[in-house]
Design a protein around this ligand. Structure first.
Ligand SMILES: [Zn+2]
Length: 459
């Protein structure tokens, strides 16, 4: 079965990686036995019980510590032109799309059109593929283990009409990154094989088009990434933690709705200025040209500690003086910039709003139900209030035993009230197909909600 799947161009490569995410045993480093950064072995305790016996029984094999599953992209894209039906759908954005100025498909967007006007030869063949890349972590063992985060990377071919391109069956699985914590900023290490293929696909690969009965040079671009707020930081290299959790904007660091520290202290201020100037890719490259970045978990200075000012320091400083150097806020030069056209993409990263809504919702619910470890109304955020000299009634009170007491907030609920709240969600009835069944997420016993993720995947 495995051989059959491989012959269909659906196989995958196992690529070993350093457990600290410093490197892949791939390309020039394919045969290395240990990581060149900290010398960590590629293998699990290589001469003990981890030695496996092969089918033949004779050959002994060592077990790698960490394995990336990589699904080669080129054969998958070529396969789309082997069926006349999909080959026709791949031209949809050019042949059948209604071009009336309304926005229904990525092809209607400014990002797509500006790419086309810059790269005319690419745009001239509608069979050339535009891809979106989506990345997020999830825990496949949900209940059994709380600390596991597998990162699948998916590609979406945007040539298809909207009703096909967003179907699960059209998604192309590019890789599965295993790990307990998720790759974080080191995700670039794992993206290397994909970027390599994308570079090759920018010049093109010879492909047979069954519809036209001819060979043609198939070219492919990555249009943008789709991610939640945290993955956005990892993919773009821009630090979204701390006070500069600001998106496209660099020039004008907007201070409204800022997130302070680890807490969710929303300082809502009216914003009446116009849209900020956009920072284009070439400006970012210029900013990052002299900065060295390194990968691997052992390699990184604890950024949050070194960059977060201490509380005392923050007093009496004007906000303007306080703004760090723009380049300091970049954690790396994202690997996507190795793609020759990336700096010309006007929209490089998209935020998945539904996903962020889910995250925000989880935080709000965790806060109002005061779930242990999930509430954002914690000591940290109360200390922020002291810093900001607002809401004196909510300041933490030091108890005789040295611990803190947090005076209840306006939204604090009693046990009875929490039960009523959960009861309402448990019994709620919503129109079919408009919302998923939230009552399944309610846990009455401990008065909290579980697996809101499940709601976005099913709704
Ligand atoms: Zn390493």
């Amino acid at each position: 079965m495995k051989r059959l799947i491989k012959d269909l161009g659906l196989g995958y490569d196992k690529i070993h990686s350093c457990p600290n995410d410093c490197m892949l045993y791939w390309g020039d480093q394919k045969n290395q036995q240990s990581c060149h950064v900290y010398g960590k072995s590629r293998w699990m305790n290589s001469n003990t019980e981890d030695v496996n016996t092969d089918e033949g029984g004779a050959q002994l094999r060592k077990k790698p510590v960490k394995v990336l599953r990589y699904f080669p992209l080129i054969p998958r894209l070529q396969r789309l032109f082997m069926s006349s039906k999909t080959a026709e759908s791949m031209r949809w954005h050019n042949d059948q799309r209604t071009d009336d100025g309304l926005l229904r498909h990525p092809a209607d967007s400014l990002a797509w059109k500006s790419f086309d006007s810059k790269f005319l030869s690419f745009a001239s063949d509608p069979r050339n593929v535009r891809l979106g890349l989506a990345a997020d972590g999830f825990n496949p063992f949900k209940i059994m283990s709380t600390s596991y985060s597998t990162w699948p990377i998916l590609l979406v071919p945007y040539n298809f009409p909207p009703w096909i391109c967003m179907k699960q069956s059209s998604f192309i699985l590019s890789m599965i990154i295993p790990g307990e914590k998720g790759p974080g900023n080191d995700i670039d290490i794992y993206l290397q094989p994909l970027i390599e293929e994308l570079k090759q696909l920018w010049s093109g690969v010879e492909t047979y088009d069954v519809l036209r009965k001819e060979n043609f040079n198939l070219r492919v671009i990555l249009l943008w990434t789709i991610n939640d707020f945290l993955a956005y930081a990892n993919l773009s290299g821009w630090s979204t933690k701390g006070r500069y959790a600001v998106l496209v904007v660099l020039r004008k660091l907007v201070r409204s709705g800022c997130i302070m520290g680890s807490s969710l202290t929303w300082a809502i201020v009216g914003e009446y200025r116009g849209a900020p100037e956009q920072t284009v890719g070439s400006e970012i490259l210029f900013m990052l040209k002299d900065i060295n970045f390194s990968y691997g978990k052992m390699n990184q200075p604890p950024i949050t500690q070194t960059r977060r000012r201490s509380r005392d320091e923050s007093d009496d400083e004007s906000d303007e003086e306080d703004d760090p150097n723009e380049a300091e806020l970049w954690k790396k030069r994202s690997i996507f910039f190795e793609l020759p056209y990336w700096e010309h993409n006007i929209l490089r990263h998209n935020l998945d709003v539904m996903h962020i809504e889910k995250n925000v919702c989880e935080n709000i619910i965790g806060t109002i139900l005061n779930v242990d470890g999930k509430s954002k109304d914690n000591l940290q955020s109360r200390l922020d209030l002291v810093d900001m000299r607002i809401r004196r009634d909510l300041y933490p009170q030091v108890l005789p035993n040295g611990k803190y007491r947090l005076p209840p907030s306006i939204f604090s609920m009693s046990k009875k009230e929490k039960e009523v709240f959960c009861m309402v969600l448990k019994d709620i009835k919503v129109p079919d197909a408009y919302a998923s069944n939230i009552s399944r997420c309610v846990s009455f016993k401990d008065r909290r909600l579980y697996s809101l993720n499940h709601m976005i995947t099913t709704s």
